[in-house]
Ligand binder design. Structure first.
Ligand SMILES: C[S@@+](CC[C@H](N)C(=O)[O-])C[C@H]1O[C@@H](n2cnc3c(N)ncnc32)[C@H](O)[C@@H]1O
Length: 393
């Protein structure tokens, strides 16, 4: 494909991404994969170039653009060489017309940019939300150790005790150490959030929103495979992906429990008042993970954020009925909005006087309200709100 044809392909695929974002349709990743598959004539270099144009355009537009063409024209403001490819040639985009609509730049839709600013994320801190994320792994201490593991490439050690960082695109999943479960792909921030649980061998620990078990595996390693580790979630599909991962990682203690979304305690009754620690890695808007999923910001509404906050509070209250006196809850969201972090924590503490905010002992991040925050700009991790909540009496 000629460079101009690649730009036209990006415009067409962006049109589908924009329509899907407006109608809650398929994810950008899936649309890009399908759009490239449909263009059989595109070679691997073409595919890479089209994909890069698409994601660069998504990052360059704040609010949802009207069209794919307007999105690429916005990208051309940041990367002027793109404008030269609007040459009206065969299979390329038509020449630019004076006064043609160009999508708006910025970080996100206006209301969301404001909500982030109100939560202390503005300027460089806001732009950093859209930078490309590096590739982090966690060395699985059930099978190896960061100090002695031998890998095909040398990673940069992270603040997270077993974390290593590699450049984007490093094929870690094809390494022997991945197949044998010695390493897991996990953002450094996510590793730090797990470390706040301080899970120990012999304890009873519940990962209440386990999903496909990224954090469960880290907890099993913390517990040296000793004790009781429950991985619960309401999503059958996600939870079913945990078993093969746990097997590869040698996480023998991880036991899955599928929850009914409105009657979670029915399946969790055996652990009522018994857990030493409950991790609530709650569903959220994901503003802290836009580096990996920049189109997510086009799908959010203020109502969504309010709904997430309500769900988060509900799930922490479920966790509260699971911990034993002296036990702890670790509440985590991958969002930088206070509405899904510090404010939810305040509300929970106000409604549950037997609990108090505990110390988050991390060597990265900074305090936010009664909790802690990791942010791409300051900490070079995904964005997280993390709080420890202790059951004091
Ligand atoms: C942020 S994701 C968890 C990611 C996972 N902990 C990991 O590290 O890969 C939030 C999870 O909460 C689950 N969830 C939503 N409502 C829930 C509920 N009422 N009880 C438990 N889990 C719930 C979702 O299905 C989703 O998998």
């Amino acid at each position: 494909m000629r460079p101009a044809a690649r730009v036209q392909a990006a415009i067409e695929i962006l049109d589908d991404i924009i329509a899907a974002a407006r109608n809650n349709g398929a994810s950008a990743d899936r649309i890009v994969a399908e759009g490239l598959k449909a263009r059989r004539y595109a070679g691997s270099k073409d595919r890479r170039a089209v994909r890069e144009h698409i994601y660069a355009a998504i990052r360059a537009c704040g609010p949802v653009p009207e069209t794919g063409r307007a999105a690429i024209l916005r990208l051309a403001e940041v990367e002027p060489e793109i404008a030269d490819l609007f040459d009206g040639s065969d299979y390329g985009p038509a020449a630019i017309v004076n006064g043609e609509p160009v999508a708006k730049g910025g970080i996100a839709p206006e209301w969301l940019e404001q909500a982030l600013a109100d939560s202390g994320i503005a300027g460089g801190a806001a732009s950093a939300l859209l930078e490309r994320a590096p590739l982090d792994i966690r060395v699985n201490t059930l099978k190896a150790d960061r100090d002695t593991i031998e890998l095909p490439e040398q990673g940069e050690p992270l603040v997270a005790p077993q974390g290593l960082r590699f450049p984007v695109g490093t094929p870690v999943e094809s390494w022997d150490a991945f197949a044998s479960g010695e390493i897991e792909v996990q953002d450094g921030g996510s590793q730090l959030a797990c470390s706040v649980v301080e899970a120990k061998a012999g304890e009873t620990v519940i990962d209440l929103c386990a999903g496909s078990g990224g954090k469960t595996l880290a907890l099993a390693a913390q517990m040296s495979n000793g004790g009781t580790l429950i991985a619960a979630d309401t999503n059958r599909d996600r939870l079913s992906r945990l078993a093969p991962r746990a097997e590869r990682a040698g996480a023998e203690i991880a036991h899955t429990v599928l929850l009914d979304p409105s009657r979670e305690m029915e399946a969790l009754a055996p652990w009522e008042g018994k857990a030493d620690a409950v991790l609530v890695d709650a569903p959220c808007s994901g503003t802290g993970t836009w580096r990996r999923n920049p189109e997510a910001r086009w799908r959010l509404s203020e109502t969504d954020v309010a709904k997430y906050a309500t769900t988060q509070l509900r799930i922490i209250e479920i966790a509260a009925s699971l911990v034993r006196p002296g036990g702890r809850i670790v509440f985590v969201t991958c969002s930088l909005l206070d509405a899904e972090g510090a404010q939810v924590l305040d509300l929970f503490l106000a409604r549950n006087p037997r609990f108090s905010a505990g110390n988050v002992k991390l060597s990265a991040g900074s305090p936010r309200g009664k909790g802690w925050r990791l942010a791409p700009y300051d900490d070079a991790t995904d964005g997280f709100f993390i709080a420890r909540i202790d059951l004091v009496w």
